[in-house]
Design a protein. Structure first.
Length: 556
C-alpha cells in the first residue's frame, strides 16, 4: 500500500528529473545528435555485402561397390574439411587475391596474411544432408550436397570468386581421390614386390632342403615303404637262389670227393681218368667260394673263416705238389703245339661236374653279391624311413612361413588388382565425385550489413551518451537554482528571492551565442557525416567487422 508521504516523494523525484532534463536539454541534445548522426552515416555509407552461392552435388559411384570396391573411403565431411584446408590455404587464396584483385582497400594497410584471413572469414561452406520423410534435415544424415558461398562488396566479384572456389573443390576432389587410389595401388605394388622376393627366397630354401635330403622327404615315405617291401621280397628270393646254388655246389663237391676217393679204383677198372690235381683244384675252388661267401657275412677273425683259410692253404700246397708231379710225368711225353692252356680233365664226367661246379659257384657268388647289395639298399631305405619324421618336422618349420607368405602374397595380389581397377575408375571419373548443379549467379540484393540494426544500436548509444553528459554536468555544477535547494542545504532561513533581470544587451548576447552554437553544431555534424563517409565508404574491413562471422564449414 502506498502512503501519502511516499507518493509525494516519488512525485518530487520525477519532477526533479524532468526539471534536470528540461534544464540540460541542450547539453543532452549535442552528444545525442553527434552519436546518432555518426551511426546513421556509417550505416548509410557502408558498402553493401553481396554473397555468391554455388551448390555442389556429391555424385555416388556409378558402378556398384559389389563389382568395384573403392579404395578412397571415409566420411565425406572429413574429406570436405581436408579439401577445405588445402583450398583455403595461404598460397591458394593469395593467388586468387592477386589474380582477381580482391580487397584493394586493405592492400596498403594490411599484410597478405591478414588479407588471407579476411578472405577465409568471407568464405562459408554449408553441408546439406539427407532429409527425413518431411524433408527436414537429420543430424546424422549422410552428406548429399554442400554449398560454397563468398561475400564481398562487389556482386560480380562475389559471383566470380564463388564459381572459382566451386571449380577448385571439384578439381581438387578428383585429384585427391586419384592420388589416394594411385597411392594405394603403388603401396600395394611395393608391398607385393617385397613379399614376392621373400616368397622366392623361401621357395629356394625349400628346394635346397629337398634336394639335400632327397629320398627322406615326407611325400616319399609311401614310395620308400613300397620300395623297401619290394627289396625285402627280392632279398628273400636272392636268399632262396643262393641256398639252392650252395646246395647244388655242395652236391657237386661231394660227387667230386667221391670221385677223388675212387680215382685209383676207377683207373684200375678202366673207368674215367681223373687226376689228383683236378680233384684238388675242384675242392680248392669250392673252398674259395665258401670263403668269399663267409666274408660277406662274417669278419676275418671268425673261427670258420680262419679254418677255411687254413684248409685253402693246405689244398694250395697239395695242388702245387700234384701239379709238379703231373708236370714231371708229362715232360716225358711229346709236347703239343698251341697255347699253354689248362688241359681239360681227361674224364668227361669230371669235366661236366667241374663245369656245373663253376656255374653253381658263379651263381652262388652272384646271389651273394645280390644279397649284399640288397642289404645295403634295404639299410639305406630304412635310414630314409627313420629320418622321414625328423625331415617332416624340419620341413614343417620351413613351409609354415612359406604358407603364410604365400597367403599374404595372394591377398596382396588380389588387393593390388582391386586397387588398379579402382584407380582406373577414378581416372575415368566413374567413382564418387563432385558436380556443380547450381553455379553462382549475380546476387540480386545484398546480404549485409544490417543497416537498421546499426541505426538502432546508434540510437541506443546516442541516448546513453546524452544521459552520461547530463549526469556529468549535474555532478560538476554546484550552483543553487531554487529556494528548496537553498533551504535543504543551508541552516539559515530564506527571506526573499530576486528573479534574473535580463537587459536588451543580455538578450542580444544570448541570441548571438545561440546562433554561433547552432552553426558550430551544424559544422560538427557535417564533420561527423564527412568523417563517417571517409571511414565507411568502400571499407571492406569495417563491413567484415560489423557483419557476424559464421563457421567456415557448417551443416544445414
Amino acid at each position: 500500500m502506498t502512503t501519502p508521504g511516499t507518493s509525494s516523494d516519488t512525485g518530487r523525484g520525477l519532477a526533479s528529473v524532468l526539471e534536470i532534463v528540461r534544464r540540460r536539454r541542450l547539453l543532452a541534445l549535442l552528444p545525442f545528435l553527434f552519436v546518432l548522426t555518426a551511426a546513421v552515416s556509417v550505416a548509410l555509407f557502408l558498402p553493401g555485402l553481396w554473397t555468391g552461392r554455388a551448390v555442389i552435388l556429391v555424385d555416388r559411384q556409378q558402378i556398384p561397390e559389389a563389382y568395384v570396391k573403392p579404395t578412397v573411403t571415409g566420411d565425406l565431411e572429413t574429406q570436405l574439411i581436408t579439401l577445405s584446408q588445402e583450398i583455403l590455404s595461404r598460397p591458394r587464396l593469395a593467388k586468387i587475391i592477386d589474380e582477381m584483385n580482391l580487397y584493394p582497400s586493405m592492400r596498403g594497410s594490411a599484410s597478405m596474411d591478414e588479407i588471407v584471413e579476411r578472405m577465409r572469414k568471407d568464405i562459408r561452406i554449408e553441408v546439406q544432408g539427407e532429409g527425413d520423410r518431411r524433408g527436414r534435415p537429420r543430424p546424422d544424415a549422410r552428406m548429399v550436397a554442400f554449398s560454397v558461398a563468398y561475400s564481398t562488396t562487389d556482386p560480380r566479384t562475389a559471383m566470380a570468386v564463388t564459381n572459382r572456389l566451386a571449380d577448385l573443390y571439384v578439381e581438387e576432389n578428383l585429384k585427391f581421390r586419384e592420388r589416394q587410389a594411385v597411392g594405394t595401388s603403388q603401396f600395394l605394388e611395393s608391398q607385393l614386390g617385397e613379399v614376392r622376393k621373400r616368397l622366392q627366397d623361401q621357395e629356394q630354401r625349400i628346394a635346397t632342403y629337398k634336394e639335400k635330403h632327397m629320398g627322406e622327404l615326407p611325400e616319399q615315405r609311401e614310395a620308400n615303404l613300397r620300395t623297401l617291401e619290394r627289396l625285402q621280397q627280392q632279398l628273400q628270393l636272392a636268399y632262396e637262389n643262393n641256398r639252392r646254388a650252395n646246395e647244388r655246389r655242395q652236391l657237386i663237391t661231394r660227387s667230386l670227393a667221391e670221385i677223388d676217393q675212387t680215382a685209383g679204383m676207377a683207373a684200375a677198372a678202366g673207368g674215367p681218368n681223373v687226376t689228383p690235381a683236378e680233384t684238388t683244384a675242384a675242392r680248392l675252388a669250392l673252398l674259395r667260394q665258401e670263403l668269399v661267401q663267409m666274408q660277406t657275412r662274417y669278419s676275418d677273425k671268425y673261427p670258420d673263416v680262419i679254418h677255411t683259410r687254413e684248409q685253402i692253404r693246405l689244398l694250395e700246397e697239395r695242388l702245387q705238389a700234384e701239379q709238379r708231379a703231373q708236370a714231371a710225368a708229362a715232360a716225358a711225353t711229346p709236347k703239343r703245339e698251341g697255347p699253354a692252356l689248362r688241359p681239360p680233365p681227361a674224364n668227361p664226367y669230371v669235366a661236366s661236374l667241374m663245369q656245373q661246379l663253376d656255374q653253381a659257384s658263379v651263381e652262388a657268388k652272384a646271389t651273394a653279391d645280390e644279397i649284399a647289395g640288397l642289404n645295403r639298399e634295404i639299410a639305406a631305405y630304412q635310414r630314409r624311413i627313420e629320418n622321414t619324421p625328423r625331415r617332416e618336422q624340419e620341413l614343417a618349420l620351413i613351409t609354415r612361413d612359406h604358407e603364410t607368405t604365400r597367403e599374404l602374397f595372394r591377398s596382396l595380389l588380389a588387393k593390388r588388382g582391386e586397387a588398379e581397377i579402382a584407380a582406373d575408375l577414378e581416372q575415368r571419373r566413374k567413382g564418387e565425385h563432385f558436380r556443380i548443379i547450381e553455379p553462382a549467379a549475380l546476387p540480386e540484393r545484398p546480404t549485409g550489413p544490417n543497416r537498421l540494426r546499426l541505426v538502432l544500436v546508434g540510437l541506443v548509444l546516442a541516448l546513453g551518451a546524452a544521459g552520461i553528459a547530463v549526469v556529468l554536468a549535474e555532478q560538476v555544477d554546484t550552483s543553487y537554482r531554487n529556494v528548496e535547494e537553498v533551504r535543504a542545504s543551508l541552516p539559515v532561513p530564506v527571506l526573499s528571492t530576486i528573479p534574473r533581470i535580463a537587459t536588451e544587451a543580455d538578450r542580444a548576447r544570448v541570441l548571438r551565442q545561440r546562433r554561433l552554437a547552432t552553426a558550430a553544431v551544424a559544422a560538427g555534424l557535417l564533420v561527423v557525416v564527412g568523417s563517417s563517409f571517409a571511414i565507411a565508404h568502400r571499407n571492406e574491413t569495417l563491413v567484415g567487422l560489423l557483419t557476424p562471422v559464421e563457421q567456415p564449414v557448417a551443416r544445414r
